[in-house]
Design a protein around this ligand. Structure first.
Ligand SMILES: Nc1ncnc2c1ncn2[C@@H]1O[C@H](COP(=O)(O)OP(=O)(O)OP(=O)(O)O)[C@@H](O)[C@H]1O
Ligand SMILES: [Mg+2]
Length: 316
C-alpha cells in the first residue's frame, strides 16, 4: 500500500442560516477525490474561497465532512481512535501566534502533545523536546520563553516542532509561510524539506504563492469553487497546464519562473470570483472561461486522465 491518504467523493456543505429566511447551502467541497503518496508534497492552489482551508480542516477533522470517505494508511477515518488519529496527521497553521497558547512556555507547548497522548515520563519528554528543538533550529535556551518573545520564523518553527512530536505521517500546512518575510520563508521551506526526508513525511501544502508551491511540491492540485479542476505532477501543471483556469492562474502570477512573460488576465476571466453559494449550472468556471462552449453551461465536466494529469474540462 503506497497511499498515505485516500480521499473519496468528499463533500462539505455549510448551511448558512439567514434570519427569518430559509437557510442556504454553501458547497465548499464538491466530489473531491485524490490520493497522497508517501514522502510526497501535494501543493494546493486556487483563489480565495475555493475551499483550500475547508479541505485542510476536513482532513484533520477540525470540520466533519458532509459525505464521502477518507482513508489514512488504508484505514477509514471513522475506524480510528482520536489518539491514534492525531498522532498520524497534524496541522500547521498560517499564524502560529494564534495557534500557540501565549501563556505557555515553548517547552510546554512542544511537550504537551506527548503529555496528553502518551505515557512517557517527564524525563523522556524532556529529552524528546530538546532533541526536536534542535531539529527545527531552535536553541535550547528558547525553551523557557513565551511565544511573544519569538520572531515570526521562530514561532513557525515552534509550531512545526509541536506538530511533529507525535511522529505523524502527514502534515497539513495551511499557508505556513505566508505571514513571514521572504528571506525567512526560504529558511522555513528548506527546514520543511529537511524534516520531510528525516521523518518520511507527506505534506499537503496550501499557499497563495505559486513560486512557493512550485519550489516545494511534487504534485499540484488546482481547485476552483470547491472542485478539483486539475491535478498532476508539478512540472506538467506548471509547464503545460491544460485547464483554462490553471492557465490563467499561472499567467497572472508575476513571480513565476516558468520562462513565460507575465500576461494580463483575459478580460473574460476578470470580474468577481463567483461564490460557492450561487454556483452556476454546468462548469463553475464557465462564466469566466475564455474557452466556454455550449456544453459547459449544461454539464459539470468530469475529472479525466489527459496528458499525464487529471483535468476537468470539455475543451482542454
Ligand atoms: N464555518 C463556515 N461556515 C460557513 N461557510 C464557510 C465556513 N468556512 C468556510 N466557509 C465558506 O466556504 C468557502 C471556502 O472557504 P475556505 O476558507 O475553505 O477557502 P480558502 O480557499 O481557504 O480561501 P483563502 O484562500 O481565502 O484562505 C467560502 O465560500 C467560505 O466563505
Ligand atoms: Mg484558507
Amino acid at each position: 500500500m503506497n497511499n498515505i491518504l485516500e480521499v473519496k467523493n468528499l463533500n462539505k456543505v455549510f448551511e448558512i442560516k439567514k434570519f427569518l429566511k430559509k437557510s442556504l447551502s454553501l458547497k465548499a467541497l464538491s466530489d473531491v477525490n485524490f490520493t497522497l503518496g508517501q514522502n510526497v508534497t501535494l501543493g494546493i492552489v486556487g483563489e480565495s474561497g475555493c475551499g483550500k482551508s475547508t479541505l485542510a480542516k476536513v482532513l484533520t477533522q477540525l470540520e466533519i465532512e458532509t459525505s464521502g470517505e477518507i482513508e489514512l494508511l488504508g484505514k477509514k477515518y471513522k475506524d480510528y481512535k482520536p489518539r491514534e488519529f492525531h498522532s498520524l496527521i497534524q496541522m500547521v497553521f498560517q499564524d502560529p501566534y494564534q495557534s500557540l497558547n501565549p501563556r505557555k512556555k515553548a517547552f510546554d507547548i512542544i511537550a504537551d502533545p506527548l503529555r496528553i497522548n502518551t505515557d512517557k515520563s517527564e524525563e523522556e519528554i524532556r529529552e524528546l523536546v530538546y532533541s526536536m528543538m534542535k531539529k527545527v533550529g531552535l536553541r535550547a535556551e528558547f525553551a523557557q520563553r513565551y511565544p511573544h518573545h519569538f520572531s515570526g520564523g521562530q514561532r513557525q518553527r515552534l509550531g512545526i516542532a509541536r506538530a511533529l512530536m507525535l511522529r505523524p505521517r502527514v502534515l497539513i500546512l495551511d499557508e505556513p509561510v505566508s505571514a513571514l518575510d521572504v528571506s525567512i520563508q526560504a529558511q522555513v521551506l528548506n527546514l520543511l524539506l529537511d524534516l520531510q526526508k528525516e521523518f518520511s513525511l507527506s505534506y499537503i501544502f496550501i499557499s497563495h504563492d505559486l513560486s512557493v508551491i512550485q519550489h516545494i511540491s511534487d504534485k499540484i492540485l488546482v481547485m476552483y469553487l470547491g472542485r478539483i479542476v486539475e491535478y498532476g505532477p508539478r512540472d506538467e501543471i506548471f509547464l503545460n497546464p491544460k485547464h483554462p483556469y490553471t492557465k490563467i492562474l499561472l499567467e497572472s502570477a508575476p513571480t513565476l519562473t516558468v520562462g513565460k512573460q507575465t500576461k494580463e488576465i483575459p478580460e473574460s476571466a476578470k470580474g468577481e470570483i463567483p461564490s460557492a453559494l450561487y454556483l452556476p449550472k454546468g462548469c463553475a468556471f464557465s462564466p469566466r472561461c475564455p474557452m466556454v462552449t455550449p456544453e459547459c453551461l449544461q454539464a459539470i465536466p468530469e475529472l479525466l486522465n489527459k496528458d499525464n494529469r487529471l483535468v476537468a474540462c470539455f475543451n482542454a
